[in-house]
Write a protein that binds this ligand. Structure first.
Ligand SMILES: Nc1ncnc2c1ncn2[C@@H]1O[C@H](COP(=O)(O)OP(=O)(O)OP(=O)(O)O)[C@@H](O)[C@H]1O
Ligand SMILES: [Mg+2]
Length: 216
């Protein structure tokens, strides 16, 4: 099983929104589980609204950072190929425990100096445990000049997996239990699908490389 952790000590950067999108991608062709380690329970809220028709991914409820390793083993034994874990902001013990279990860590970040400076804490935890990571520049306004300089700054700190635009579809998605691409309509749906598919492909490539390196 490949375990992908979405983490950033900074609040409100899109961890839960992107965890939901990635979990839906993971569940398209394989058995996939999502875990919500955040007491705010954004992903649990989202999953509860997903309903029967779109019931995949599965959700593992009541998992804490203390029994995470054991629960992941159970999920792997039951034949799941992917687990996506959403984490809380600021709670370093929980974030660290999740990163420790990760095959790959996705770090969402917004394009501002405040956000980019703050990612050092998350990067430090990944480096402490020697876990591979990549950034996603999220909530991007393409017309803003700061987007380019944020991408430049980020690329000096680690790999950038992709960008995700500022779209109403991502906000609506969390309320109605769908993913951004599932919620958007017409051309916007194609754009959202394309950026999330690209992100998922980059995450998968990086995670598979990491797992292969570990196995060799
Ligand atoms: N790409 C996007 N476009 C538009 N809105 C977005 C996007 N990504 C996230 N948001 C919105 O930004 C807010 C924060 O997103 P989210 O809750 O996913 O962040 P978070 O990092 O999980 O927050 P927390 O640290 O509180 O858990 C939400 O209102 C969400 O709908
Ligand atoms: Mg969240």
């Amino acid at each position: 099983m490949i375990t992908i952790v979405v983490a950033a000590t900074k609040g409100g950067v899109g961890k839960s929104t992107l965890a939901a999108c990635l979990a839906v991608c993971a569940a398209q062709n394989d058995r996939a589980t999502v875990i919500d380690l955040d007491p705010q329970q954004s992903v649990e809220f989202w999953h509860a609204r997903r309903g029967r028709k779109n019931r995949y991914p599965f959700i593992a409820k009541g998992v804490s950072h203390n029994d995470l390793s054991e629960r992941l083993n159970e999920i792997a034994r039951s034949g799941h190929k992917y687990t996506i874990i959403d984490t809380p902001p600021a709670m370093l013990d929980v974030i660290s425990a999740a990163i420790y279990e990760a095959d790959f860590v996705v770090i969402p970040v917004k394009a501002s100096a405040l956000d980019i400076t703050a990612i050092n804490v998350t990067v430090d935890i990944c480096q402490e445990y020697d876990r591979p990571f990549g950034f996603v520049l999220n909530d991007v306004e393409s017309r803003w000049k700061i987007t380019e300089s944020a991408l430049d700054a980020l690329s000096t700190m680690g790999p950038v997996l992709g960008t995700v635009a500022h779209r109403e579809a991502y906000v609506t998605a969390m309320t109605v239990g769908r993913s951004g691409p599932e919620t958007a309509d017409n051309k916007k749906a194609a754009d959202a699908k394309s950026e999330i598919d690209t992100l998922w492909a980059a995450v998968l490539d990086a995670a598979r490389d990491a797992v292969e390196i570990e196995e060799n």
